[in-house]
Design a protein around this ligand. Structure first.
Ligand code: AMP
Ligand code: MN
Ligand code: MN
Ligand code: MN
Length: 283
């Protein structure tokens, strides 16, 4: 295999039906096998409930499966995502944090429905709860219902018009503080700042965030998330080296419908100049 393609054997950020993904864990792992992925982490939002099924499926294909989760937190009022990798699924502190975030998701769904009512939309709550089913409820479930109800024609428009952070007001900072969450998990797993380019912050502010993140025990950043501008990836590689953090990679795959996020597909990184978090997991 060409050196430039090597890292695409690895995908450390994707979603299943246990949060806002389209595929069940088994379907996701089948798809990973079809895409020749050798190291896979399932990172659902605030839940590890899909891990046993995915691990079981990965075993039959000899895919190295890493426990993962994408945690919702906030820093200076900005909602952030932390990808935790390689933890013990019975870790009491992690389980406790997940239970709290899941309760927050439930309560937030009612509050988002109320907010939309104030903007003149019908009360979507019951339909959104039904669509989410056993999945961790989130804004994509609202977006699906808004498409089904003919309020918007595409999920993206639901975010652009109603669900994006700028529309959420105080609901955007409903999550636990980074400073509270990190010390509970630090030292027991890899803690990766997810998709830094997706937060609306300057590079200067990102460096301030990473100063705190490193101090609290953060270990790495996603230098690439899906199909990103190579210049942005170069910038994150520089930042990653400056803070002596490890590098993680992922597609943030949610389903086959997306043109910008496909399992195992992401902009090439300069692997040789970084400390890849997955090297310890390669066979
Ligand atoms: P939540 O977990 O409820 O905060 O929803 C976050 C999820 O919604 C992300 O993981 C994405 O799947 C999706 N999402 C967030 N922002 C956008 C956006 N601006 N456009 C499309 N999807 C988005
Ligand atoms: Mn998502
Ligand atoms: Mn995310
Ligand atoms: Mn994600």
């Amino acid at each position: 295999m060409q050196e430039s393609l090597l890292h695409r054997r690895v995908d450390l950020h994707c979603h299943s039906t246990f949060s806002d993904g389209i595929y069940t864990p088994t379907q996701l792992v089948d798809f990973a096998k079809d895409n020749a992925i050798e190291v896979l982490a399932l990172t659902d939002h605030d839940t590890i409930a899909g891990l046993p099924e995915a691990r079981q499926a990965a075993k039959q294909y000899n895919i190295t499966f890493i426990s993962g989760v994408e945690l919702s937190v906030q820093w200076q009022g900005i909602p952030l995502h932390i990808v935790a990798l390689g933890f013990n699924e019975e870790d009491a502190k992690l389980v406790n944090l997940l239970e709290k975030n899941q309760a927050t998701r439930q309560a937030r769904a009612r509050k988002i429905a109320d907010l939309l009512c104030k903007k003149g939309l019908p009360d979507l709550y019951d339909k959104v709860v039904a669509v989410a089913g056993v999945s961790q409820i989130g804004r994509p479930h609202f977006a699906s219902v808004m498409v089904a109800e003919g309020i918007v024609d595409k999920p993206q428009k639901a975010f652009d018009r109603y669900l994006g952070n700028k529309h959420l007001g105080s609901l955007k900072s409903i999550w636990p503080e980074l400073s509270q969450v990190m010390p509970d998990l630090a030292g027991s797993c890899d803690l990766i700042l997810a998709h830094p380019k997706r937060y609306s912050i300057t590079l200067t502010k990102l460096r301030r965030l990473l100063t705190d993140f490193s101090e609290y025990g953060g270990t790495g950043i996603e230098v690439v998330s899906g199909n990103e501008n190579p210049q942005h990836v170069r910038t994150l590689e520089t930042v990653c080296r400056d803070f002596s953090l490890s590098a993680s990679v992922g597609s943030d795959f949610h389903g086959p419908y997306s043109s910008w996020s496909q399992l195992g597909k992401y902009t090439a990184i300069q692997e040789a100049s970084l400390s890849p978090v997955w090297h310890k997991w390669l066979k």
